[in-house]
Design a binder for this molecule. Structure first.
Ligand SMILES: Nc1ncnc2c1ncn2[C@@H]1O[C@H](COP(=O)(O)OP(=O)(O)OP(=O)(O)O)[C@@H](O)[C@H]1O
Length: 321
């Protein structure tokens, strides 16, 4: 696990209530430096509330938090100075061009001689793929272009942390792909904390994910761990021939915890749950190929879809409620 100095955001017991109704319940969030951290949850889960607390725009009812080690209640002005923020519904002056908009933003957040500012505006337009639209009025921009402009604005002062509230929610597949691509390309420059209710986006772009449901954090882990750790790694095999011999060989391997089987079109379809992945990589295929009474039709390592993981966590929450 990360030590606190590797964390850009760290909250402890962070809680927010409105009129006595808790909408965020004792949140312990740890966001590692240089991660693309997907903050996932359905509508109303408390994602925007968390972001507003981190930015110091609202005060916690209980608990505390730090961003860059600075206290979110006490040092919010300093925190905001070092953050780039894209709100859920950004507003633009649509009579301006993209370049004029970024110059305007730079006037507030990027200090330096005019030449340097101009260079930064150019660089930011390039980074967000807007260089060929730089001098067009925003009025005709697509949703995806507007969101990229929003990321460009948030990025103008080279922030140490970008906070994006639902950056791709309202976009069509092309717009979403472009926005996710821009986020991916910024990974080595900054930490990105973004909220979303779209599982697919998290799976495509994040390296770490936290799942929030009804104000409660129900999971937080590197995405790979979340996708594999719940039941161990599963290999799927489709075999032709007589599998009796290989079955008894496999069930005695200490690195296989279970074998379930069905038949499909006369073939045996097996799911093997693996407890030691390295041992499986070394031995499994070799054991199968050694058995001449079977033919291996299919051999694959199954990945859980984040949607499965999410649904399972949410189900468990309901059961524990
Ligand atoms: N100022 C407020 N007064 C009362 N309730 C509020 C206030 N702001 C937010 N809430 C409630 O807090 C809950 C969490 O809202 P929040 O906006 O944080 O959710 P979210 O996860 O960002 O959802 P969405 O994706 O729909 O924006 C909701 O039930 C919302 O109605």
């Amino acid at each position: 696990m990360n030590s606190d100095k590797d964390l850009v955001i760290c909250t402890r017991g962070l809680t927010k209530s409105y009129n006595g109704r808790p909408v965020l319940k004792s949140l312990d969030l740890k966001v590692p430096r240089n991660s693309i951290f997907g903050f996932l949850g359905p509508n109303g889960a408390g994602k925007s509330t968390t972001i507003k607390l981190l930015l110091g725009l609202i005060k916690p009812t209980a608990g505390s938090g730090t961003v860059f080690g600075l206290d979110i209640a006490r040092d919010s002005a300093e925190i905001r100075r070092r953050i780039g923020y894209l709100p859920q519904n950004p507003r633009y002056y649509d009579y301006m061009t993209a370049r004029e908009t970024l110059r305007f933003t730079a006037g507030f957040f990027y200090k330096g001689p005019a030449e340097l500012v101009e260079r930064r505006v150019d660089e930011t337009l390039r980074m967000t793929g807007l260089d060929d639209k730089a001098d067009r009025k925003i009025k005709g921009f697509s949703g995806g272009e507007l969101q990229r402009l929003g990321i460009a604005q948030a990025q103008i002062n080279n922030p140490d942390l970008l906070i994006l509230d639902e950056p791709a929610a309202s976009l069509d597949p092309m717009g979403r792909r472009d926005v996710l691509e821009v986020m991916r390309s910024l990974k080595n420059r900054t930490t990105i904390f973004y909220s979303t209710h779209i599982l697919d986006d998290v799976q495509r772009v994040s390296d770490t994910v936290a799942i929030l449901n009804k104000g409660t954090l129900i999971a937080m882990a590197p995405i790979e761990d979340l996708l594999t750790a719940r039941e161990g790694v599963v290999y799927k095999l489709v075999l032709a021939g007589n599998p009796a011999g290989i079955r008894s060989t496999l069930t005695t391997q200490p690195w296989i915890s279970s074998v379930t089987s069905t038949t499909d079109n006369g073939h045996s379809v097996w799911n093997l749950t693996i407890t030691d992945e390295k041992a499986a990589e070394r031995q499994l295929l070799r054991l199968l190929l050694r058995d001449e009474t079977i033919a291996v039709k299919e051999f694959s390592r199954e990945r859980y879809d984040l949607e499965d993981v999410f649904m399972r966590f949410v189900q468990e929450e309901k059961c524990n409620a």
